[in-house]
Design a protein around this ligand. Sequence first.
Ligand code: CDP
Length: 225
Amino acid sequence: MQIAIDGPAGAGKSSVAKEVARRMNLNCLDTGAMYRAVTLKALKEGIDVHDGKRMGKLAKDCKLSVEYNENEGTLIFLDGEDVTGEIRSSRVNQHVSIVASSPELRKELVYLQRRVADESGGIVMEGRDIGTDVLTGADFKFFLYASIEERAKRRWLEMKSKGTDVDFNELLEEIATRDRLDEERKASPLKVAAGAKVIDTTNYSLEEAISAVLDFIKQNSEEGQ
Ligand code: CDP
């Protein structure tokens, strides 16, 4: 069983994917964490994030590994070190979509993502290009969406609950910029995959979004027909 969940920042992908995986007893992979980890490495080493070829080489040369934890979701290790918390910094937020526009880097990370999927007994994978590129043959494809104000609000509350005070308008601006870069890039831009079920979560609670995904799977799986 392979389930692909794509969509922009703050649409609820990570929380929904984690919970769907838990309830269906599947593995789960947040692919954004991989793009973030390479971004962190580039920033730490002072490498120009606009140099796409260099980003590809960086992704190839660094030791990136992921672990699935039922409660915490994707844990990510860079050169042996757990960077799960560090990759959420605002500096990484500001640079990750530039790094992710490199076709050379995407090739390396997509290779790893497919390997994780192959080695899992079944997986829920979330990101921007899972249904359109990484797992084109997925059993179910979802595209989660919400208004930008709602997405910024969710992210603001999430950061506040972790003790990080950010300016709401700055956060909204950062998400809008990331949306634009992700939608306009040439390599695997963010778009709705053919056959994907689009779910607008603007007025949904987390539980409602989870149910929307699970109900769709139930109604459309072979056993249910
Ligand atoms: O959690 P949030 O939605 O803020 O972002 P994320 O899923 O951690 O992804 C961070 C960035 O990585 C995105 O804005 C994309 O630029 C890039 N990304 C991508 O290009 N392809 C993916 N499959 C996942 C993430």
